[in-house]
Design a protein around this ligand. Sequence first.
Ligand SMILES: Cc1cc2nc3c(=O)[nH]c(=O)nc-3n(C[C@H](O)[C@H](O)[C@H](O)COP(=O)(O)OP(=O)(O)OC[C@H]3O[C@@H](n4cnc5c(N)ncnc54)[C@H](O)[C@@H]3O)c2cc1C
Length: 475
Amino acid sequence: MQRIAIVGAGIGGLSAAARLGKMGYAVDLYEKNPVPGGKAVEHRQSTSSGSFRWDCGPSLMTMPHILQDLFAFCEERMEDHIPLTPVDPACRYHWTDGTVIDEDRSFWNQPAVRKYLDYAEGLYALSAPAFLQRPPRDWWKALGAEMIEHIKHLPKFMNMQSMATFNQKFFNDKHLLQIFDRFATYNGSSPFKTLSTFAIIPYVEASFGAWYPEGGIARIPEQLALLAERQGVRLHYNHEIHDLNALDASIRICNGDSITAHQRWLPQSHEGRNMLRHDLACSGYIMQLGVRKQFRELEHHNILFSDHYREEFDDIFVKKKLPREPTIYIAISSKRPGSTDAPDGCENWFVMVNAPATTPLDCKGYEKVVFDRLSKFGIKLEAKDIACCNSFSADDFERQHNAWKGSLYGWASHTMQTALFRPPLQHRQHPGLYFTGGTTHPGGGIPLVLLSGKIVSEMVLQDFPHTRFTPMPAV
Ligand SMILES: Cc1cc2nc3c(=O)[nH]c(=O)nc-3n(C[C@H](O)[C@H](O)[C@H](O)COP(=O)(O)OP(=O)(O)OC[C@H]3O[C@@H](n4cnc5c(N)ncnc54)[C@H](O)[C@@H]3O)c2cc1C
């Protein structure tokens, strides 16, 4: 039997592990931390006001059918293990001029937004069967009869405009424009640099909805680890790997950051040096706040926009410093009905500001910048309102997850190459060495890393066939 060693129990590593276990391979998974989940873990803390729980990374997911497909592949039902509930509105957007917009059904049905989504639908139809479902080496296999109909959308991929310039064609309203520009940050990029192809991101959110698992995002990796174990995968926690070549397995899959892997866990190569030439996706400055108050004006997910959006991205990607006037994201899962994530009368705030992927990063005093900015929206927090405050920055992402310079997604998608041809899923010199997760193909975010695990498992099956396995039809 072929032995497979997987490094990292992030969602991508777990997705690959469960599928390969089901296929009949002998899989060992090594995780440096004591729990599975990587960036999708949770934190709990007791305070004098009671107990709080925060999602440490993702706070919603879309494309739930991809998670369903993983369970179905293992002949189980996602709903039996991870009940998902819709997030509606998916987000509430706030501006200092007092404007508030909810991202709900009526938002997506506005004429200008509909026109945008109609355009993006073609991009999705053309890219989903190739880019999202296959490694670049197999894109040609997507060229079936139904694809001929979508070929007319190809010029949309050749549109080299930035997302921000492209969005101006659709939206005269400055608030709508800023909402649609922000979708570039879903993969850690700047709307002023990333390509208009990423109009796909709002299309996906509009079409597949925003979802949240009962009990928090960490239930996803927790249940995936159990699913993998049920497929015979052996999980080894508190086990950090320092040399990918030293692993005792004919097939190795790295779910850790692929840039870090090429710099630290493999002998230095030309390929590894080339990886450092591209812009890195942003990191985050994060505060987990136990708040002894409740704010009716805030929803589960909130964006409080900067008045100077262009300058914010110049600070992050050009000057590589924390933005002087940040856009602030606040997720409050305790607002969900029946939630126990905060004590009565309190809220669990996850506050995030996009930050440069630069380590070490001086964050001293930045809490005050964030609190001062919140006060411009009428949101005032005094010291007595705060039960606890934990902050995190690029240095912590580097230390906790081995994320290169603390970047959340490896490369930013600022060029055609970094958008379409991300760090490869298979090492060029070592065919038995693969990569999976948000820093490789097809990119970051829960659905994409689940797909990354799926794609890599199919590559392994193709390259190192396992004769006893008959694939189930996909749902
Ligand atoms: C703040 C934040 C907010 C986000 N918001 C969203 C969101 O709302 N929706 C969404 O869909 N996505 C979101 N994401 C993105 C999403 O969380 C990630 O893309 C996804 O979880 C990454 O999964 P991964 O498989 O790449 O693995 P990672 O989560 O990067 O995990 C890799 C694992 O490998 C382990 N590891 C690394 N090196 C080694 C080693 N040498 N030996 C052993 N183990 C090792 C690490 O400890 C880690 O557990 C967010 C991310 C962050 C950080």
